[in-house]
Write a protein that binds this ligand. Structure first.
Ligand SMILES: Nc1nc2c(ncn2[C@@H]2O[C@H](COP(=O)(O)OP(=O)(O)OP(=O)(O)O)[C@@H](O)[C@H]2O)c(=O)[nH]1
Ligand SMILES: [Mg+2]
Length: 366
């Protein structure tokens, strides 16, 4: 069916040298298949069953749902959480903080590998304050944990980014529930030891561990006394080779300093230890101290008491956030505040009077 066709611009007397072959088009009578498959939205049952079956793909999707700021997803998230909640709670929740570069990620990887090899299922989450400001995350990039991520019994999730610290706290708490329902026995949460995030992480874990470097004092490592006071275990990392002696001196000085502080956990005396995360030394000792802590707090009832308090504080902090948001997003409040700001600045109104006017406007005169 080939047909020779000369182009229009070919000279009149030319021969077949300008001709081109034209193939007749081939048409199919079949209807073209739709190329774009719309991804099926998982149902509450899909999420619930997948998480409870410990399907990591579904667990990841459930956490993505938890992390979504889309109003449409909130209802679905809460329905899934309600269904999996009875299966949660059976884990050891450990928060790990420390100055940048102390070796938190390396330590988590070493501890995680140790635990996986001893039959535990380990989930790693991160709370990264930098992600709240910048939308990107410091920990996210570095929380690769190459070896741990290859373990079947490990699940690693980088930090949710964006939103307020309260928002990130909610997402992390709900992610803990999802990981526990999926059968993870140990949840490790990494955070940078600067800003408010340690307080937030402390409020969602059973044990708080502070990782430090050998030699330098608190001031040098940018760690506030408050963070030391929040910690149940202080681990001096990089205690190997020439650093070993310095690390031991640091350990001894922390051990005597923490005796003077109030303990973070009733009945437990905080301890300083040393390890080398890079060389896998001292990891087992850290874990045996975690076990000692768990045994003591479970027997004394402090473990349960703290979990209950944390749960109720979670509710309270969410109420606070919501009230705050509604208050400042209220149109009448916005208008009144604009006016009052000017009169506070000009000295006509005192700050206290301004506050009273705003509160009365919103909540009524009580
Ligand atoms: N020598 C030695 N180096 C270590 C040890 N642990 C971690 N490092 C190194 O210290 C550097 C920082 O380690 P990370 O695990 O990324 O530290 P981090 O505390 O998670 O850091 P940020 O997430 O940035 O706050 C890396 O180059 C590690 O290889 C250790 O026990 N000994
Ligand atoms: Mg890190």
């Amino acid at each position: 069916m080939k047909k020779n066709k000369k182009p229009e611009w070919a000279p009149e007397n030319s021969g077949s040298e300008y001709a081109s072959s034209v193939m007749p088009a081939v048409y199919s009578t079949e209807k073209p298949k739709k190329q774009i498959h719309k991804r099926r939205q998982l149902t509450v049952d899909d999420y619930t069953n997948g998480v409870l079956e410990s399907n990591t793909v579904v667990l990841s999707k459930a956490i993505t749902l938890i992390e979504s700021n889309n109003i449409k997803h909130i209802e679905l998230t809460q329905e899934v959480l309600k269904r999996i909640l009875p299966y949660s709670g059976n884990s050891i929740r450990i928060g790990i903080t420390g100055p940048p570069g102390a070796g938190k990620s390396t330590f988590i990887e070493a501890l995680g590998l140790y635990l996986c090899r001893n039959g535990f299922k380990v989930a790693v989450l991160a709370v990264d304050p930098s992600s709240i400001v910048s939308g990107g995350s410091i920990l996210g990039d570095k929380t690769r944990m190459e070896f741990l991520s290859r373990e079947n019994n490990a699940f690693i999730r980088p930090s949710p980014s964006g939103g307020t610290l309260g928002g990130v706290a909610r997402k992390t708490r709900e992610s803990i529930i999802a990981c526990e329902a999926a059968g993870y026995d140990v949840i490790l949460i990494e955070t940078i030891g600067v800003g408010q995030s340690e307080i937030t992480v402390r409020s969602m874990v059973d044990l708080f561990l502070l990782l430090l470097l050998p030699g330098s004092g608190d001031e040098l490592q940018g760690i506030k006394k408050g963070v030391v006071e929040m910690s149940d275990l202080i681990v001096i990392n990089k205690a190997e080779g020439n650093n070993k002696d310095r690390a031991n001196i640091t350990r001894v000085s922390y051990n005597s300093a923490i005796k003077l502080l109030t303990s973070a956990t009733e009945g437990w005396k905080p301890k300083a230890l040393t390890c080398s995360a890079l060389h896998n030394e001292g990891i087992e000792n850290v874990w045996s101290n975690v076990n000692e802590f768990m045994e003591l707090t479970k027997n004394s009832g402090i473990f349960k008491k703290r979990r209950n308090e944390q749960l109720l504080n979670w509710v309270k902090s969410m109420v606070e956030e919501e009230v705050y948001r509604r208050f400042f997003e209220n149109d009448e409040i916005k208008k009144l505040k604009q006016k009052l700001d000017l009169s506070v600045l000009s000295g006509e109104t005192t700050p206290t009077q301004a506050v009273r006017s705003l509160i009365n406007k919103y909540f009524g005169d009580k």
